[in-house]
Design a protein around this ligand. Sequence first.
Ligand SMILES: *Cc1c(COP(=O)(O)O)cnc(C)c1O
Length: 378
Amino acid sequence: MRLSPALWSTPAAYLNHAAPDLPVLFFSPATLQDTARRFLAGFPGLVTYAVKANDGDAVLDNLMTAGIEAFDVASPFEMEKIRARNPRAVLHYNNPVRSEAEIRIALGYGMASWSVDDPFELDKLLAAGLPDRTEIAVRLRLPVAGAAYHFGAKFGADPDLAVALLKRVAEAGFVPAMTFHPGTQCEAASAWVTYIEASADVARRAGVRLARLNVGGGFPSHRTGDAPALEVIFAAIGEATARAFGADAPALVCEPGRGLVAESFTLAARIKAIRHDGSVFLNDGIYGGLAELPIVGNIDRITVLGEEGWRTGAAVERVVFGPTCDSLDRLKGAVGLPADARPGDYVVFRGLGAYSTATVTRFNGYGAIEIVTTDFPG
Ligand SMILES: *Cc1c(COP(=O)(O)O)cnc(C)c1O
């Protein structure tokens, strides 16, 4: 992937000019900075960016310019990437499973917070010589619905174990905190509220006052229907914390990935062919920039640009395939595309900044995606 230095006003301006035959991701720094400022202004606590959603250099630079100073890092590579840009950035190591070598590397970078969800992982941390008064956040998991898919299947301690871990953290003299991740693309605030109430219950049962509560990521991006009302979620998180913890309310932290970065990228994939059965082949698919669509669901913000302008025909449901020779490489179900779409046109997908560049593969020789900077995402 290369970052094109040219600045175009819109994706259409570039597509009309360059007629690229490779997929293009258009990056709007202004949109990313606006979203970052919206989180900073609205979230009632510290905003950290979950680097895994998109670790592009331009993304990190623009987030820092907008005022993001804290980052959720999961691997030595991510730590190094942030430290290289900002030696004073605050790093939270919230991947709760770490090798001893990774722990040593992280100690070298200086972590402000470590999450833990397992007694053996806590043993490793307690033996590792963390500086005094380091924060250790116990990661809770609950069977909560509401996310496009949830992370509880992999990480997190059930409430009884969380109580035991929290007691041990406090007894060992570390700063006790809790964390959870409600899943990704949570459309409703209820997922956070349930977790906040359960966290307060765990802290009460452990007899521990939490210094901080990290409410994870999961903030939705605009995929279908109306744009999500982030401020409603922010307010619900603040109110639930005050209600559940009362006078002992911990300081809040969040770690959005998708919610911060998704809207700042737009993907244009070219129609390679429309086949005799009406199916459409694009030059990008699930092994490239569209990896998430089969997992999180198709988006409905799709337009088609032809040589003469945006296609306006009535939507026709089409099966959409990616370019590789793997039959899994198709979008779910059918996608409505304008009836007058033609081979050579560009199918433009809005809001694809999260888990797109981050997960692109070169499977079957595809996956070379050009990144072009634009003033506006669409
Ligand atoms: C992936 C991840 C996030 C970011 O999730 P989004 O749904 O992209 O906001 C936040 N915290 C943790 C621990 C994660 O693993």
